[in-house]
Design a protein around this ligand. Sequence first.
Ligand code: 5AD
Ligand code: SF4
Length: 472
Amino acid sequence: MLLPNMKEARKRTNVKPEFLYNEYNVNQNMKIGKNKKYFIKTYGCQMNEHDSEMLCAILEEMLFTKTDVMEEADIILLNTCAIRENAHNKVFGMLGRIKHLRETKPNIIIGLCGCMAQEEIVVADINKKYKWVDIVFGTHNIHRLPNILLEAINKKQQEIEVLSNEGNVIENLPYKRENKYKAWVNIMYGCDKFCTYCIVPYTRGKQRSRKKEDIIAEVKQLINSGVKEITLLGQNVNAYGKDLYDNYGMEDLLYDVSQTNIDRIRFVTSHPWDFTGKMIDVIAENKNIMPFIHLPVQSGSDRILKLMGRRYTKEEYITLFNKIKSKIDNVSITTDIIVGFPGETREDFEETLNLVNECKYDLAYTFVYSPRENTPAAKLPDKTTEYEKKNRLAELNLLINKYALENNKKMLDQIVPVLIEGISEKDNNMLTGYTDTNKLVNVKATEDNIGKIVNVKITDVKTWSLNGEIVS
Ligand code: 5AD
Ligand code: SF4
């Protein structure tokens, strides 16, 4: 049993991560899934979604087949998120629902993985009160799923294997990509920013960039398999390379990836701190890098930004924002905002509203602050009531939605490129896709357009989506 240790997870040493190319292996003894089904429930961010693509690939190499019906499954995995308390609560609620499946299927395997598995209090609870959860593994050792699964089955006891080290870079991992035209590509793991509210540096380890050659090789392979759009993934992509190279950063990687001639390149998530002028130029000059930037601000109050450890002021953020807007044609910028950070006053919150009025974001993801285990902000005094925090969130959302709609209205009658992904879930006669600026569009078009980038005239706009029709 290897339990998580938050103190260890916080450590950052000068030891370089290892690049391991032969860690993942499924041998004949591990192919135990014949005629058995697996079900995976994923919570949280795109990094977790992408990790689930790895879980699917591993289980399929073990000969399990996928099911979307939990009750049919012989193995259920919950790939969890730790970022806010409500993500926690959902997982524990789900575990409650799963428990009774054991009664009719005594051999079912139930597993918990992802970010919550990296938390001491969660795993202590699972170990004491949820003995019927068979396997627990963390974000550093997903590739060991076959080994962990076999241990649990052979020993007939709960198997917990969570590493709280800084992490390595594991290469040659398999992914079962659900979308034929769009793919995520990890460019780095972990985070060293330690914003005071955030649990990610503890759950995902030290910042470790993948080698540029390995990233480019993956992109080329994706192009060969018909992928049109890639999203470069990391907790803090603008810091790419800082831990690995003396003189090669995100702007260089973006340039090199753009030279593969893939149709569309996106990247998430950017921290304003590492966003260089050169990077803005590379995005502006290379037309296959999409004019879409997710630039989390978190708060508009300098006092709160300082308490959050964000390392920029409102003024500096706005300067960067304006530089991006002025240099990149037609760019769309979205953000993340937390309300109710400990000690946030009405005045602080109004600073955030002012910032939104200035930036007029295309979209924003807004959250009420949630205290996380062992993070510095969780120890700060906080007098604001939950009621007040929820009111602030609602007030902020009204403003965000107003600008989202205003920005969309400007697109009426414009002709924009859209990568058509498939048939709309809501209306079988419509296709859906995303513009270069990452806006969802419902398009009246025939199915032979799926997988193509087509010109679409915007005929109607809403707050969250657009409607349009193909023009030739
Ligand atoms: N409480 C609320 N929101 C949080 N986020 C990160 N940590 C917390 C927390 N403790 C938000 C941030 C981040 C997004 C992914 O989640 O806005 O950018
Ligand atoms: Fe993703 Fe962070 Fe949630 Fe982990 S805690 S799943 S890294 S959002």
